[in-house]
Structures are given as C-alpha cells and as structure tokens.
Write a protein that binds this ligand. Structure first.
Ligand code: C2E
Ligand code: MG
Ligand code: MG
Ligand code: MG
Length: 280
C-alpha cells in the first residue's frame, strides 16, 4: 500500500513537471509573437537622492501584457526567455525602447536598465549597444546597466570583458540585488562597478531584525571603502527611510516613493514625494 502511494506521487510529480514545462514552452513561443505584436512595454520606477529627495534616475522594468493571460511578471518570463534563447532579442528591444522614450522626453537624468548574464555572454552585445546609442541619440553617460552577481558568475572572464567594454563607452554599471546570491567580496574588487544596489530584502527587514540593520550598515561601509554609492531598493515605509538616511545611504527606490509606471505617468512621482516631505 505504501509503495502504491509513493509511486502515485511520482507519477503525479512527473506529470506536473511536464505540465509546467509545456507551459514554459508555450510562453516561449508566445514571446516571439509578443515582440512583433508590441505586447511588451516598459514601466519606469524613480530613484531618489536620499538627502535632497530629488529624482536622479529611473529604472526601466519590462512588462508583458499577454492577450489571454494578462500581465505576466518579468520574474516569470525573463528566466524562460534566457533558457529559450530569446533574451538577446528582448534585451535589445528593452535597451532601444528605454533609450527612445528617454530621449523623446524632457527628463535629463539617468536611466537604469537590467541586463541578464546571457546578454553579457554574447560577444556582439556591446556592438549592438553602440548601435542603439547612435540610432536613438542617447548619451552613454545617462545610461546605467544593472547586473546581478548571478549574471556574472557563470563566465567571469567574459562578463569582465563585456563590462569593461561597456564602461569604456561611458556607461555606468550597478551591481543589483547586492547582499543576496553569491556576494563575494572578490567580485567587488575585480569588477568595474559604479554603484551597489542593496537588495530589497534588507530594507524590508529593517524594522523586524537587527541583523538587517547590521547588514545595511556593513554594506554602506563597504560602499564607502570602495568609493561606491549605495542605493537601497524596496523602500515601503518612512521608518526605513529614516534608518537609511541615518546610516549614510545615498540613494533610495521603492513603492513609498514611486511605483513603476509607464513613462507618461512619471510626473506623479515628484508630486508624491513632495506630499511625503510636507507631511513629515
Ligand atoms: P530588480 O531589477 O531587482 O527590480 C526590482 C523589482 O522590485 C521590480 O520588480 C520592482 O517592481 C520591485 N519593487 C520596486 N520597489 C518595490 C517595493 O517597494 N516593494 C516591493 N515589494 N517590490 C518593489 P519587477 O518589475 O517585477 O522585476 C523583477 C525582476 O525582473 C527585476 O528585479 C529584474 O531582475 C528582472 N527584470 C525586470 N525587467 C527586466 C529587463 O528589462 N531585463 C532583464 N534582464 N531583467 C528584468
Ligand atoms: Mg534592477
Ligand atoms: Mg534588485
Ligand atoms: Mg531582483
């Protein structure tokens, strides 16, 4: 009897995996169509200087409005795009679109764009990036690429080569989700970063855990010794902002200060923060 139950479980487990794999393949196939049908669009989330509380940049975040499934999160479809060889085309689209929308607007600050490790491992990536800058008229000094340690760990040599090339164009590099994943200090030493983005888990833990506060403090100190500004992600409460300000964090980003939104709606960000400041 026990054996039967366990083999039933195996069968169910396997068919669930097949089902998930089928869904992933269906999504991958849909993604190709999505590029042509303009189902992708970008949200932008403001990034603030913590002292002046002025917007210094926006992070572009990819969105997919699937005709049947509705809005699908990049956390779901980016890994599928990476596995099915679609991330280069999608990533190129993101770069081009973000540059276009920025250049067409009256905003003069910086745009941060997430780049996957698979994109960095493509030897042609940098050439295409240059093409995008030329086509859109975007200034490289206004561009920042966000990479994670997970993204650069697979092929460190190639990633290092790519990041050096990118940086020689005048583009800045931010290390995203810092404090999670591998976070080896050696990476800080050998890679040409311009900024550390402290993962949102730490701002989130600030009230409930002294450890989170200790990590925030340590990362800011680390930033200081490497001369890298630290941006804290995922700020949802004013109390988190107070701690980060006291600890000497440089930049902040989060739902409290501005949710990701289409480019045309970004004006509301400045107004929202003005409201937070006048209230406190
Ligand atoms: P990420 O780059 O670390 O982006 C931050 C994520 O946190 C975003 O989720 C953002 O909407 C969310 N967020 C911002 N503020 C808050 C907050 O106060 N509280 C909470 N709970 N969340 C907040 P999103 O847009 O779903 O993106 C998830 C991840 O997908 C990104 O993490 C990034 O790794 C990836 N991604 C998004 N767009 C792209 C893209 O164009 N290319 C690549 N390669 N990856 C992308
Ligand atoms: Mg990011
Ligand atoms: Mg992040
Ligand atoms: Mg992330």
């Amino acid at each position: 009897r026990r054996a039967k139950t366990s083999s039933d479980n195996v069968v169910r487990y396997t068919s669930e995996m097949d089902q998930e794999e089928r869904e992933r393949r269906a999504l991958a196939a849909d993604m190709l169509r999505a590029l042509e049908e303009n189902e992708f669009f970008l949200h932008y989330q403001p990034q603030f200087d913590i002292r002046s509380m002025t917007v210094i940049g926006y992070e572009a975040l990819l969105r997919w409005k699937h005709p049947e499934k509705g809005l699908i999160s990049p956390g779901v479809f980016i890994p599928i795009a990476e596995r099915h060889g679609l991330i280069q085309r999608i990533g190129d689209w993101v770069l081009e679109k973000a540059c276009e929308e920025t250049v067409d607007s009256d905003f003069e600050g910086r745009i941060a764009i997430n780049v996957s490790g698979v994109q960095l491992s493509d030897p042609e990536f940098c050439e295409r990036l240059k093409g995008t800058l030329v086509r859109t008229g975007m200034s490289p000094t206004r561009l920042e690429l966000e990479v994670t340690e997970t993204a650069i760990i697979t092929d460190k040599q190639q990633a290092l080569h790519a990041l050096r090339q990118i940086r020689s164009l005048g583009i800045a590099i931010a290390l995203d989700d810092f404090g999670t994943g591998y976070s080896s200090l050696d990476t800080l030493q050998s890679f040409p970063f311009d900024k550390l983005k402290l993962d949102q888990a730490f701002a989130g833990g600030l009230e409930s855990s002294d450890q989170a506060k200790a990590i925030v403090r340590a990362v800011i100190a680390l930033g200081k010794s490497f001369e890298l500004p630290v941006l804290a992600e995922g700020i949802e409460k004013e109390s988190q902002l107070d701690v980060l300000l006291a600890e000497g964090c440089h930049e902040v980003q989060g739902f409290l200060l501005g949710r990701p939104a289409v480019w045309e709606s970004r004006q509301s960000h400045a107004e929202g923060v003005a409201a937070i400041r006048s209230a406190s």
